[in-house]
Design a protein around this ligand. Structure first.
Ligand SMILES: N=c1c2ncn([C@@H]3O[C@H](COP(=O)(O)OP(=O)(O)OP(=O)(O)O)[C@@H](O)[C@H]3O)c2ncn1[C@@H]1O[C@H](COP(=O)(O)O)[C@@H](O)[C@H]1O
Length: 106
């Protein structure tokens, strides 16, 4: 099974070593506007699927969106570690905000 990090690494590999028939290469060749168009489409599909009862369909659409977001990150030069670091920073900030809210309630 492929982790998100492994998928990101494979996407980076496709960017530096184009491979015939690769959909990822097709996206990089088309460029940022095409990748952004796909993000828009896939986001809409996630929204529609979230309103439907099928967990399988919802999971499928979320996976499509995650893949396209990873392609966008690679195009913009943002790594999975960059996102992890940002989320880790928020962990501290959010608990402070939560504490603040608890204090404000008193
Ligand atoms: N995870 C994915 C992945 N998720 C979605 N997709 C592609 O995203 C597209 C979404 O479907 P759409 O109908 O919206 O798009 P389309 O009509 O095929 O294409 P467009 O002309 O609209 O762009 C499909 O072609 C899917 O194959 C993916 N393509 C590749 N990967 C992974 O990326 C890695 C590299 O794959 P290649 O680039 O194919 O070598 C491998 O691990 C793959 O499993």
């Amino acid at each position: 099974m492929q982790t998100v990090e492994e998928l990101y690494q494979l996407i980076l590999q496709r960017k530096s070593n184009p491979e015939a028939g690769s959909y990822t290469d097709y996206l990089f060749t088309k460029g940022l506007d095409k990748i952004l168009k796909k993000i828009g489409e896939e986001s809409t599909e996630v929204i529609v699927a979230a309103k439907n009862p099928s967990d399988q369909e919802f999971t499928y659409e979320v996976s499509d969106l995650v893949y396209h977001v990873l392609v966008l990150m690679a195009e913009r030069g943002i790594s999975v570690d960059d996102v992890k670091t940002e989320l880790a920073k928020r962990e501290g900030l959010m608990s402070k905000t939560k504490e603040r809210r608890e204090i404000d309630k008193l």
